[in-house]
Design a protein around this ligand. Structure first.
Ligand code: GDD
Ligand code: MG
Length: 370
């Protein structure tokens, strides 16, 4: 069974974390998100995947190659320019034959793909769209169905007054390839604002497949932190790599933890990381590989990627740090702040709101306090 994963977006809402790392390559529990997604697809019977890449395309090639290590056949195809979600699939149409799964590359879900495929076949559907309930459909594509689950209306990013259901497009489709004749070649064209409304007009069979499976779009800073939380507290089904060295404390290789450090799980610690005297790690927290957490520092409900050095007595709470930052002694980072990559933040700074610090920022001692 073949699939296409759409991974060409700019990841704008997750900037500056996506300045150097495309959204599907950002780590989830210290593993590139797309890698875990590919493993999940393989487990569910998909053995050949086309990755439709555009932004920072080389990062995918370097990390995934031809997919052999993951046990599937992978084609990484770069668009000459962003073609939009349906245009991206049109661009790889020559690699498809027969019923195909299409995935948005930023959704974590444990949807039953074989169940969805059986439904698609029973209905003789041309396009089947997985649906999930959400509280606020204005951020998504709203999908209305009739009593037989035929799609009646598709409304991308609806205005609050247009909301008639809480069911949204969950970003997994099964499509019969002949439907791609409606997609103009070599153009920017979207499923959401182009193909789906067209299929509604042509009358081809288009069904919705609602599910209560776990579902999150990881593409916003708040949901990125929440999804870590959900995995670590066991709400989302996800394989956490590493050895459980204490209840709900995972070490992903050699770690050096001072005996006086206090660790309250769920906490994941990457390989080669050092936790110094009196440091406190409070879950749900993930610390990447080759980090150093200084003495008496506190890391609470935070996600740190690889290579971060945290100074003595610093306090990091509800925040995300990208790669290779240095945080000075007694600096406080809190309130949803994002520090991207290669920043040097001096001692005694204080960020306690959802500020975004761009790659390579250098700040001296006591330069910021808010
Ligand atoms: N190759 C390629 N080319 N991929 C693209 C392009 C493009 O031009 N534009 C977007 N993508 C990829 C993104 O990388 C992402 O994986 C996926 O398409 C969806 O794009 P997002 O930018 O994340 O869309 P969204 O989250 O605002 O909305 C979409 O997903 C919602 C569910 O999470 C829509 O499909 C909504 O209808 C849906 O509810
Ligand atoms: Mg998205």
């Amino acid at each position: 069974m073949k699939a296409v994963i759409l991974v060409g977006g700019l990841g704008t809402r997750l900037r500056p974390l996506t300045c150097n790392t495309p959204k599907p390559m950002i780590p989830l529990i210290n593993q590139p998100f797309i890698e875990a997604m590919l493993m999940r697809l393989r487990e569910q019977g998909i053995d050949e995947v086309v990755l439709a890449v555009q932004y920072l395309a080389d990062r995918f090639r370097a990390a995934l190659g031809d997919g052999e290590q993951l046990g599937l056949k992978l084609h990484i195809v770069e668009e000459p320019e962003p073609r939009g979600t349906a245009g991206a699939v049109k661009n790889v149409e020559h690699l498809l034959d027969g019923t195909t799964f299409i995935f948005n590359g930023d959704v974590l879900t444990d949807l039953d793909l074989q169940g969805m495929l059986a439904f698609h076949r029973e209905q003789g559907s041309k396009v089947t769209i997985s649906l999930t309930p959400v509280e606020d459909p204005t951020q998504f594509g709203l999908v209305e169905m009739d009593g037989e689950q035929r799609v009646q209306r598709f409304l991308e990013k609806p205005r609050p007054e247009d909301i008639t259901t809480n069911l949204i497009n969950a970003g997994t489709y099964i499509i019969e390839p002949d439907v791609f004749r409606y997609v103009p070649p070599n153009q920017h064209y979207m499923f959401e604002r182009g193909l789906f409304p067209v299929v509604l007009q042509t009358g081809d069979a288009m069904f919705g497949y609602p599910s209560r499976a776990y579902w999150t779009d990881i593409g916003k800073p708040q949901t990125y932190l929440e999804v870590h939380h959900d995995i670590l507290v066991g709400k989302a089904n996800y394989h956490i790599r590493g050895a459980e060295i204490a209840p709900r404390v995972w070490a992903q290789g050699d770690v050096d933890i001072h005996p006086s450090a206090l660790i309250s799980g769920p906490v994941v610690i990457g390989a080669g990381t050092k936790i110094e005297r009196g440091a406190r790690l409070i879950g749900p927290t993930v610390i990447g590989a080759h980090c150093s957490i200084g003495s008496e520092a506190t890391i609470d409900a935070a996600v740190l990627w690889d290579g971060n050095t945290i100074g003595e007595g610093a306090s990091l709470r509800s925040c995300v740090l990208g790669h290779n930052n240095q945080i000075g002694a007694k600096t406080v980072v809190d309130g949803g702040a994002i520090i991207s990559d290669n920043c040097v933040i001096g001692p005694d700074n204080r960020f306690d709101r959802a500020i975004r610090i761009w790659p390579g920022t250098q700040l001296g001692e006591k330069a910021i306090s808010f």
